[in-house]
Write a protein that binds this ligand. Structure first.
Ligand SMILES: Cc1ncc(COP(=O)(O)O)c(C=O)c1O
Length: 375
């Protein structure tokens, strides 16, 4: 039976009910486990929680079910991205990376990967197909995509890129953070790995750091699991349990966030103080044709440009429901002036808005009042 997103958000990874057991298993707080007189891991018994633990297994089976692959969970999104890259790419290899993606992924390349002899070539998300057609993937070990890209919200065709990458002998990993596993299934589109910062919408309450990698390839799974065992980026039981609990409402949260984003994008576009509104599901958006073909549903991340830094400050001072904060995908509506972080090539007044789950009418009214302060 193929279930809808609401059912899958709640039921993904669950086993048949056992009389007397809780509906959701409680976290098992343990580092070592009793071994008894068995050799470690004989009979599948847990031994030490850095490699695996019962709460993590439940969470991973839930996230993996949404992704359509086997999941390995990590302490943060960056830990997951590092694992996906470093378990597969080594000294002398070449990695193709988005030049317009999450800036810490680029810092990872600049400050760490290149130090270990990995050559990194950066390509903007909208240009990656042309880059492949020009032979850019030849000799690459991995093509890493981020679509929709953060914060510009450009998209690329995962299936077309995967075909070109595989023809050139390269692996494809997709940072699926902005879309979430309900919004896009990179493994179905031919990617070898899908990675995500579960700090964002997957868990969605701005109180957790988590990340994951999923794959259908057993050898890649084993390599990434070995990387996690050796480097020790495993989430503990409380995080795994809370992550699982939080993702139960993913469908509901995404639906409200997308509804809010659709309304907010129109309010922004109607304001003379705003230019360059981006939301991949807005008619006429440069990403809309491909997003609606490739993606399964919209989300709540919108970007736009105000005149300058002072305009962003004025807007935030006049708003009650729009708070200055980085990150996105949470239940609160937030505005992040990206240039303040120094990593993105964006103008001083460029903002990423993360639409939360407040009432649409309240967010629209509050934003309209704040925008009027810019007149
Ligand atoms: C697209 C994307 N990928 C990865 C990350 C890193 O996630 P984390 O902060 O959980 O390490 C972020 C964080 O903002 C992100 O936006």
């Amino acid at each position: 039976m193929s279930w809808g997103d609401g059912t899958r958000s709640v039921r993904a990874g669950e086993h048949d009910p056992v009389a007397g057991a809780p509906l959701r298993p409680s976290p098992v707080f343990a580092a070592p486990f009793h071994l008894g007189d068995l050799p470690p891991r004989a009979g599948g018994a847990d031994a030490y929680a850095r490699t695996e633990h019962p709460t993590l297994r439940v969470f991973e089976s839930a996230v993996g079910a949404l992704d359509g692959g086997r999941c390995l969970s990590f302490a943060t999104g960056m830990a997951a991205i590092s694992a996906a890259v470093l378990a597969c790419v080594g000294a002398g290899d070449r990695l193709v990376l988005p030049s317009d993606g999450y800036y810490t992924t680029r810092l990872l390349a600049r400050d760490e990967l290149e130090r270990f002899g990995i050559r990194v070539d950066q390509v903007a998300t909208p240009d990656v197909e042309a880059y492949a057609a020009g032979g850019g993937f030849e000799g690459a070990r991995m093509v890493f995509l981020e679509t929709p890209s953060n914060p510009l919200l450009d998209v690329c065709d995962i299936a077309a890129v995967a075909r070109a990458a595989h023809a050139a002998g390269a692996l494809v990993a997709v940072d699926n953070t902005t879309a979430t596993p309900l919004g896009q299934r990179p493994l179905d589109l031919g990617a070898d790995l899908t990675v995500g910062s579960d700090t964002k919408a997957l868990t969605g309450h701005s109180d957790l750091l988590l990340g994951h990698v999923s794959t259908r390839d057993d050898a890649l799974y084993a390599a990434i699991q070995r990387w996690r065992n050796n480097t020790g980026n495993t989430p503990g039981p409380f995080e795994a349990w809370l992550g699982h609990r939080s993702m139960s409402t993913l469908d509901l949260r995404l639906a409200r966030q997308a509804q809010n984003a659709a309304a907010v994008a129109e309010v922004l576009a109607a304001s003379p103080a705003v230019t360059g509104v981006r939301w991949p599901w807005r008619e006429g958006d440069p990403s809309s044709a491909l997003a609606s073909r490739q993606m399964l549903r919209p989300n709540g991340v919108v970007s736009a440009e105000l005149a300058d830094e002072a305009a962003v400050s004025t807007l935030l001072a006049a708003a009650h429901l729009w708070n200055a904060a980085t990150s996105f995908g949470g239940v609160h509506s937030t505005v992040d002036r990206r240039a303040q972080w120094g990593g993105d090539a964006v103008p001083a007044g460029f903002v990423r808005l993360s639409c939360g789950i407040e009432d649409t009418a309240d967010l629209v009214a509050d934003l309209s009042v704040a925008l009027a302060a810019l007149d």
